[in-house]
Design a protein around this ligand. Sequence first.
Ligand code: BTN
Length: 235
Amino acid sequence: MPTCHSTNDTAREHVRNTDIIEGAVFITDDQTKGKGQRGNSWEAAPGQNLTFSVVLKPSFLKADKQFYLNIVASLAVNDTIESFMPNAEVLVKWPNDVYLNSKKVAGILVENSFQGSRLSNTIVGIGLNVNQQTFKVNTATSLHNEGAGELDLQTVLNALLMNLEKYYLSLKREQYDSLKQAYYSRLLGFGQSRRYLAEYEFEGIITKVEDSGYLVIESKQGEHRFDFKEVQFLF
Ligand code: BTN
């Protein structure tokens, strides 16, 4: 689409009202009302970045394992960036922001619907900053700004979709352990002592992410479990 409000919302409307096939991709050059996690917005300069959503139908997946869809999307974005920038530091910040050389380069918004105890439809929305050169905040970056030069958006999209399919098929084959290990190996703060802010500031080590998505941090006071909005990383 040349323009649209939010590819996640457009994809959702099609899933509701039409018999859309799994794997359908909704992509726009100019997303005017992009949605982020926690009610935030996602802004991207028109024609310079990737803003798209993929429709999945993971009816094989139990609802209590829903976070594997975030893992699949995070790994796909991570691998894609690494394939264009082999020497860069690419990390996932839980739950699924992607950081390139310590700045946010991509955001992922996974929206699930359920049928009983299983998933029915999932919209995986991905915003990846590719060629944009100026940002309102200095905590954001693009592949271009970290040294990749000007990239062809279609080439980056193709690589990302191939990686997404690879990890999604691995999920379909129930390769939970290898997906989790791959996620941990790219997870900011995993096995390292860092500072966090919840109701109070504390130092801790991420020891695991539960299948439902809860983040587990071990501190001197014991083990803490956090839902999506309940903890902030301090840099
Ligand atoms: C975040 O960082 O909070 C997630 C951002 C997700 C942005 C993408 S852009 C394509 C898709 N459509 C949306 O409205 N949001 C996602």
